[in-house]
Design a binder for this molecule. Structure first.
Ligand SMILES: N[C@@H](CCC(=O)N[C@@H](CS)C(=O)NCC(=O)O)C(=O)O
Length: 210
């Protein structure tokens, strides 16, 4: 059985697509409708009870959810993308993967989908605005690391940078994120990689994503 990635264009599945493409891993993509069109297919609850993307089923059918965990899992054992346990780069690698998953991702969701946090429509803008301020502060930390050492895990790119790329691409118009110098350099470098460029083109086209 081939791996199956459940996702949507430019959603949390993007970072997983980057990994799958860079590692040239055979997989199939399944489009999950959800936000925006009001459709939450009941069948997807059988895959991920939270009905969130990304979700990945592996060759033996085992399910893995949580974008950070999927990125770590796919990169594991690939020293070009994942610093090996016991090496100095492993510590910042894990630190920044968790930071992106646990700190940046939830803030990003408050900006993109404030309706998930409060029912009253008139409050959505306030939530998103407040979250933008929070994201700016949280991303300054990421950019500071990139400016200091080049990449999140040290002086070589890792899966943590591909994961960070997804968030930078979600906020192309936010000076405090994509407009920061070190982040912009990372985005330019990683999106010039043929595998990443292909994934991005498919996601930006939106049609025929799966
Ligand atoms: N903690 C999860 C968050 C995933 C998430 O929020 N995904 C969004 C799309 S980017 C989603 O599917 N939301 C649908 C929903 O919550 O109903 C992860 O890191 O994978």
């Amino acid at each position: 059985m081939t791996m199956v990635l459940y996702g949507r264009p430019m959603a949390g599945s993007l970072a997983v697509e980057f990994m799958l493409a860079e590692l040239n891993l055979p997989h199939r993509r399944v489009l999950v409708t959800g936000y925006g069109d009001g459709v939450q297919p009941a069948s997807f609850a059988g895959v991920n009870p939270l009905r969130q993307v990304p979700a990945l089923t592996m060759e033996d059918g085992t399910l893995l959810t949580e974008s950070g965990a999927i990125v770590v899992y796919l990169a594991e054992g690939r020293e070009d993308w994942s610093p090996a346990p016991g090496t100095p780069a492993r510590v910042p690698y894990l630190r920044w993967i968790f930071y992106l998953a646990a700190t940046i991702y939830p803030t990003a969701m408050q900006i993109i989908h404030p309706e998930n946090y409060i029912d009253e429509k008139e409050q959505h803008r306030a939530i998103a605005t407040r979250a933008r301020g929070v994201l700016a502060r949280q991303w300054a930390v990421v950019d500071g690391v990139l400016a200091g050492q080049g990449y999140l895990a040290g002086d070589a790119p890792s899966a943590a940078d591909l994961y960070a790329l997804m968030f930078a691409l979600w906020f192309p118009d936010m000076e405090e994120v994509a407009g920061r110098q070190a982040t912009a350099r990372l985005v330019a470098e990683l999106t010039a990689r043929p595998a990443v460029a292909d994934v991005l083109a498919r996601n930006r086209a939106r049609e025929n994503w799966a």
